[in-house]
Design a protein around this ligand. Structure first.
Ligand code: GCW
Length: 711
């Protein structure tokens, strides 16, 4: 072979290897299906031996279905974690782990508390009800999964919030509104006969974090769900979930009496309509004796509601509440309303409609308030409804699915966002009136307390599309159980159970997670900007959109950029949204010098050359936030690539690929927004920053007709 040909072959061959490297990935090991319940063998042999001794023989004294589920879980977990089958004994005396109902305590059927104690080498899990034992068992397993000592346990736990719920926005045809992890996990066509294993694993995962209520269908509901055929399907789900302490609730359509049985009206004050709902409730409870109740989106975005008959929300909610009262069910009535014809700025509307109704709701109604006065944005101030309705149960609705946070390819750990909101001090009842204290009932003494998350779960093998999306499901449950837990400790638990026990890797991943949401705020909507997403699907940037049917669907409505400046003036001189907050906050939010930078443009319209606290102009800070956000994602990518040896290949590769997408999309967001706003500021990019890759026209020309999850 002459010299020339030798090099040819070498070049072709090395190109081939490069190509092969690029496209052949190693997908061995965990693919994410087992979530945080992987139960893989602990690598520390002496720890394993210790646990094996402590958990060597187990006594479970409950004969209930929940008892059987506890046994199943231990049979699954312990051989996996410890490499040794558990031995079940019927002698509490001989057992090293005793899981038993505590007969000396008064049993209140709703009590979910548990205690775990180690006494004279014996571990006991005690509870008043079987579900408390299940929660206690999952707690103990978590201690083992996170390699904690079991030597001196003295744990007492009770959930701070009663209803800890997942709301699925899933349709009966399995489309998932704002879902980015495949189609719905609920296969209505094959129910009630075909009960997928996934339903059981879903129940296990929920119970392991204390979630005790699920709404399997979309708040943009379908009245068919209340027909006998569908109710039997719901019954099948309820039967599966019951042993795991999970109740099923249904989103209902307010006009169901008309749609299903041809009543002339669905007016909540019409006796025939009231009887219709009473009969429907009785029919449901016949099939599902522990049915949870109804979730209602009324008079919002085209959904029917009491307003169609000139009635207020309380009248509609109470009519349903009374129908459910004989059976112990609840109504979760959403406060996400904004009227077509309202002349008020959108952030004001929920408060305006609901605050006058404080004290009018039945005791089994909770008004479910979205996180943020607008709509689940990467950052919003807390909703002013919290603290403003002291005589009403107010539920928190977080969005777990990342409708406005990059879908399922952007790594965003939402624990830090949930904590930021829960810990916000409303100052409505003196200092320390946090949002958490409003929703856990300690300020209002409301008997019904609720935290809900709009689920990010779909039929993808890894459930949530992004491996790190699982952490958001996890943290929602953990914080609903105990909002005093810290976001980083919850992240640490999740990492240990899901990804790695390596201490250095774990700390690095936790740090990445804790920073991840702020990165997104920075490259999407920094300094209090909001709703800049492209329209309809909300995928990618669209700050230029100004042509939608309603003003308040347009990003231009929210950023108000013009030659003079940017931001929405919500001060007393503007839309006066500040007036909905306690005087403490009014004073702060009314003054740009006092408003925290991260909410500045939420409350103020400021000149491009406004001097920020840092001494830089608003324009420079804005641009720097966009660039910092995108750069932080590149750093996160580099850090993740460095963890290759610490993470199972399949999980590693899934995250690696998602991060590569996120890097591209963060730059896309940065460049599109900076170019667009530059058209108004007419100011140069600060020196030293990389130029945007394309022209503004290019970004404006992009369309995504098939972006997932559209409404
Ligand atoms: O954020 C908007 C979503 C809609 C959703 C609505 C709501 C279920 O874009 O898809 O509808 O909120 O919360 O009702």
């Amino acid at each position: 072979m002459n010299r020339f040909c030798y090099w040819c072959v070498a070049i072709i061959f090395s190109g081939f290897i490069q190509q092969a490297n690029a496209s052949i990935a190693d997908f061995k090991g965990e693919d994410g299906y087992r979530l945080w319940l992987k139960y893989d063998l602990l690598s520390d042999v002496s720890l394993r031996k210790n646990y094996a001794k402590q958990l060597g023989s187990i006594y479970i004294d409950t004969q209930t279905d929940t008892g059987k589920v506890i046994m199943q879980e231990l049979q699954l977990a312990l051989p996996g974690l410890l490499g040794q089958e558990p031995r079940f004994t019927d002698s509490a005396q001989q057992a090293t782990l005793v899981i038993s109902l505590n007969p000396s305590l008064q049993a209140d059927a709703t009590d979910e508390a548990f205690a775990i104690q180690t006494q004279q080498g014996k571990i006991q899990i005690l509870a008043q009800n079987p579900v408390g034992l299940l929660y206690g068992t999952f707690h103990l397993l978590r201690l083992v999964q996170t390699e904690q000592s079991l030597a001196k346990l003295d744990i007492q736990q009770a959930p701070k919030i009663k209803l800890r719920m997942l709301n699925h926005w899933d349709d009966l045809d399995r489309h998932t509104e704002r879902g980015f992890a495949g189609e719905s996990i609920f296969d209505w066509h094959k129910l009630p006969d075909y009960k997928e294993q996934r339903y059981y694993d879903y129940a296990r995962a929920n119970a392991s974090v204390g979630i005790n209520g699920i709404v399997p269908i979309n708040v943009n509901s379908n009245s068919l769900i209340l027909t006998p055929a569908y109710l039997r399907k719901v019954q099948a789900l309820a039967d599966i979930f019951r042993p795991y302490g999970i109740k099923v609730y249904l989103s209902i359509k307010f006009s169901s009496p008309q749609q299903l049985d041809g009543l002339p009206t669905s007016d909540p004050l019409d006796p025939q309509v009231q009887q219709w709902w009473q009969a429907k409730a009785a029919e449901i409870y016949q099939l599902i004796p522990d049915f949870g109740g109804f979730l209602v989106k009324a008079n919002s975005e085209g959904q029917p509601g009491p307003g169609d008959y000139g009635r207020t929300h309380d009248i509609g909610a109470n009519m349903l509440a009374k129908a459910l009262q004989p059976f112990g069910g609840n109504v979760l009535w959403r406060a996400f309303v904004y009227a077509h014809d309202s002349e008020h700025e959108r952030s004001l509307q929920a408060y305006n409609e609901f605050v006058p109704l404080d004290g009018h709701f039945e005791s089994n109604v909770s008004v479910q308030v979205k996180n943020g006065p607008i709509d689940f944005q990467p950052r919003e101030p807390f909703s002013p409804l919290f603290g403003a309705m002291p005589q009403t149960s107010l539920a928190m609705e977080f969005q777990v699915t990342q409708e406005y946070l990059g879908f399922s390819t952007h790594l965003a750990y939402l624990g830090s966002m949930y904590k930021e909101v829960l810990d916000s001090d409303t100052h409505t009842n003196g200092e320390g009136s946090t949002v958490a204290k409003v929703i856990d009932g300690s300020l209002s003494k409301a008997p019904l307390t609720v935290m809900a998350g709009v689920a990010n779960i779909g039929a993808d093998r890894n459930w949530t599309g992004h491996i790190f999306g699982q952490a958001n499901w996890y943290v929602l449950g953990r914080l609903a159980w105990d909002h005093d837990l810290s976001a980083d400790n919850i992240a640490r638990e999740w990492v240990a159970m899901t990804l790695t026990h390596d201490p250095k890797a774990s700390e690095q991943i936790v740090a990445m997670m804790m920073q991840s949401r702020e990165n997104i705020v920075n490259y999407m909507t920094p300094l209090g900007l909001h709703h800049l997403m492209d329209t309809g699907h909300h995928y990618g940037p669209g700050p230029w959109v100004d042509n939608l049917g309603r003003d308040d669907w347009n990003p231009t409505y929210y950023h108000r950029a013009d030659d003079k400046g940017i931001g929405l003036d919500r001060t007393t001189d503007g839309t006066n949204a500040v007036s909905q907050y306690a005087p403490y906050w009014q004073e702060i939010f009314n003054d740009p010098k006092k408003t925290p930078d991260n909410l500045l443009l939420w409350f103020h319209h400021l000149p491009w050359d406004y001097t920020m606290a840092s001494g830089k102009t608003l324009w420079v800070e804005l641009v720097e936030h966009y660039y910092a956000g995108a750069a932080a994602v590149e750093l996160m990518q580099a850090q993740w690539l460095g963890l290759k040896d610490k993470i199972e290949p399949n999980q590693f590769n899934q995250v690696r690929m998602a991060l590569a997408i996120q890097v591209k999309e963060a730059r896309w967001w940065r460049d599109a927004c900076v170019l667009y706003f530059q058209g108004y500021s007419n100011m140069a990019l600060p020196a030293g920053l990389e130029k945007p890759q394309h022209s503004l026209e290019y970004y404006q020309s992009l369309t995504f007709p098939y972006a997932p999850g559209q409404g």
